[in-house]
Design a protein around this ligand. Sequence first.
Ligand code: ATP
Ligand code: MG
Ligand code: FE
Length: 339
Amino acid sequence: MLILGLESSCDETAAALVTGDRRVLSHALAGQEAAHQPYGGVVPEIAARAHVEALEPLVAQALAEAGVRLGDVDAIAATAGPGLIGGVMVGLVTGKALAHAAGKPLVAVNHLEGHALSPRLSDPDLDFPYLLLLVSGGHCQLLAVEGVGRYRRLATTIDDAAGEAFDKTAKLLGLGYPGGPAVERAAALGNPRAIAFPRPLKGSPEPHFSFAGLKSAIARVVGQYSAEDIAASFQAAVVDCLLDRSARAIAKVPNATAFVVAGGVAANGAVRGALSALAAEHGLRFVAPPLWLCTDNAAMIAWAGAERFAAGFTDPLDVPARPRWPLDPGAEAVRGAGV
Ligand code: ATP
Ligand code: MG
Ligand code: FE
């Protein structure tokens, strides 16, 4: 089985070819850092236009690098949400056009399902069910991953996502955009115990997250401490919260085969190290995708497409693009709007 995957939900445009037996034949990616840098964050209109310009050449590049033609693929998988709607539409419409032109089925992929299943692309031994900490730019959730399309949300953030907290911290410290890697680099040179930042919701019985308070706490000390000490102390606080909340969730999924982390923040070394130790403490296998598979890419979309296609899911060509699309609609209804 051969799947072409397309990703365009935020500020990475990407195309990849992945096989049903987990071979990544190619993955082409264009970031938009330079275009958004002057604004300190992603500007949706600029992102959508950049996706329009970048996507077609990336598809051609991915096909060429894999040494295959469009006619060779079994299905085309495109991110259909959640994300910046302009960007999502570019990728989804492109996927529909390619599917129609080549007479191939379309698989509309939830970007979060792309992150959630990405560890199964890099680790062939990862079986359902597993406990997933999904930490990205727009989300911070603990999920019981029970199968393809089967997610039970145990916890979510009541305000900011973890990646968002990294990005806001970087902005406050003048470290530029994108913030996560910059904060991690600065943190490596600082003292994590320099400032006792709050650990929001630590110790609370439900494993939810909150990071907005950290931002105000950082704003209060900017200028009083070095950027390195603030970054290191901030990162230590985030790691501490992720650990405490995850430990609560581990108890809620006693049949989990592994504790898994995915999403852009999973690329952070301190986060990976701490979570791996937590898993070991609980006698659980720890799985984290390689760094390139943590941040947005099209291989994870192609892989989620492969998993969905193998499970018999395809979508009609009028499937809509969705700016919001929870993985677990039940949890959304209970908790009201929100991430
Ligand atoms: P979502 O997946 O929720 O829709 P997104 O697609 O924008 O959001 P990802 O691409 O998965 O998010 O992750 C990007 C986020 O990860 C950004 O907030 C970025 O700052 C953060 N990030 C990337 N690398 C690191 C790192 N090394 N340390 C901490 N955070 C990081
Ligand atoms: Mg990005
Ligand atoms: Fe993402």
